[in-house]
Design a protein around this ligand. Sequence first.
Ligand SMILES: [Zn+2]
Length: 107
Amino acid sequence: MKWSESGLMVPTCIFEAATLKHSVIPVCSCGHSASFNPFGLWWHFQRRGWDDRLGPARQRFWCRVCHSSHRRKVHPVKLDLGRLAETDFALPWPDEREWKRAVARVR
Ligand SMILES: [Zn+2]
């Protein structure tokens, strides 16, 4: 976790994005972006043992639009954070026990 200049907490990994209730939004250089629900996303990374820090995590995403037009996996140029929304793309959520255990580890 880090602090912004205006004194807000800024998540540095997907787990923190979930605890702070931010969607994770990969943005491609083509302009396409998709908003992901952070809980399912964290769990997806956790189960695979992937690094969920926002820097390394970027390499796990690729743009669906670029892939269908060029048949190439293009990684996003950045991961933005947004407000949780009903329309977020949601991967299967962690079960509550797993989530509570993870939260207990950092507190
Ligand atoms: Zn793209």
